[in-house]
Design a protein around this ligand. Structure first.
Ligand code: XIL
Length: 334
């Protein structure tokens, strides 16, 4: 498909458009598709804690370097994802040297925060100067808690100090990266308010949070433009940058069904929804400084295994790397 317009050209006046990558995406036909259409790369897994520091003090950079170097070689920007999360974090992080769990004692808390600081110095330090935005903190809000703070091991041991430490250290080691707090369901009213309150509190203390990341894992029905718009407007009142960080649009509307393939009508509906979504992003392009898809084409979607193994086709290009109605909804929204 050499004849279709490049997404990044189509969106050049609005914002950079990115994709999540796994190392194999940097090879063959997929690499050509990525280099043609996307001007930003996020490592889908390779910069997470379990990938970069599986054992304390022992770092593995091969996959992260593959993605970072591919981005650099193709003139793409790089988003960092992610420095502190409750998932894909090795068990040792939350254990004492004897293997027992860390508690909220002052000693255990100091150990956890020093591990966090060492990790960020190593990871953010390695890519410093090449990353335009870091998801410093991922999914730390839980609107079901009275205070809105997720009861992760991070929070149980260190309260909100893990966030204060993470942002402070990230700013110190990579002062040119915009520092983000990233979350899913940010278009839901209770989640939106919980995240807003946390960002407001921390920024008032001087914690260097520059932006809010909206993951936007939506589906072809549950894609409420008006609610997304309200969230963009609310965070704009804080004066923070905003990015769409993990956009995909499941072809399912529930966590139960499973199909071997989708009818053309479903993919056409998805195209209309993508068009409406990018129309919104376009109207708010002064607030949104990048939009990243969570995968370059349907053969690389995490939704083939989440929430359980089933085929899903949530992205702009199909499994043969051909443009879908979803692509045309973005590239030719007429
Ligand atoms: C996903 C990856 O794409 C999968 O390969 C992995 O098995 C699980 O994590 N929210 C996030 C991302 O912030 O890091 C997740 O990525 C998808 C949900």
């Amino acid at each position: 498909q050499t004849d279709i317009p490049s997404l990044k050209d189509v969106l050049a006046d609005d914002f950079p458009v990115g994709t999540a990558l796994v190392p194999s995406d940097t090879l063959g036909e997929k690499a050509k598709l990525v280099a043609k259409h996307y001007d930003s790369a996020t490592a889908g897994n390779a910069m997470k804690w379990d990938a970069t520091e599986p054992v304390e003090g022992q770092f593995s950079w091969a996959d992260a370097d593959t993605i970072a170097n591919f981005a650099t070689a193709n003139g793409m920007g790089l988003r960092g994802h992610t420095l502190v999360w409750h998932q894909q974090t090795p068990a040792w992080v939350f254990q004492r040297p004897d293997g027992t769990p860390l508690t909220s004692s002052a000693e255990d808390k100091a150990l956890l925060l020093s591990r966090l600081e060492n990790h960020i110095r190593a990871v953010a330090g390695r890519y410093a100067g090449r990353i335009y935005a870091w998801d410093v903190a991922n999914e730390v809000v839980d609107e079901g808690e009275p205070d809105g703070y997720r009861r992760s091991r991070w929070f149980e041991v260190a309260g909100l100090d893990y966030l204060r430490t993470a942002f402070r250290v990230a700013r110190e080691v990579d002062p040119n990266a915009k520092l983000f707090i990233n979350d899913y369901n940010t278009e839901y009213p209770a989640k939106r308010v919980a995240l807003f309150n946390l960002v407001k509190l921390l920024r008032a203390e001087g914690v260097p949070i520059d932006g809010v990341g909206h993951q936007l894992h939506v589906n072809i029905e549950r894609q409420r433009i008006g609610e997304i718009e309200k969230s963009i407007q609310l965070f704009a009142t804080l004066g923070v940058d905003q990015q769409v960080t993990e956009l995909d649009m499941s072809a399912y509307t529930n966590f139960v069904e499973s199909y071997p393939s989708f009818p053309a009508t479903t993919m056409a509906q998805q195209g209309i929804r993508y068009r409406d979504l990018f129309d919104l992003f376009d109207r708010y392009s002064s607030q949104i400084s990048s939009v990243t898809l969570w995968g370059a084409a349907d053969d690389g979607t995490w939704l083939d295994t989440f929430p359980f193994p089933r085929r899903d086709d949530p992205l702009l290009f199909d499994r043969d790397l051909q443009a879908k109605p979803a692509y045309w909804g973005v590239a030719d929204p007429t």
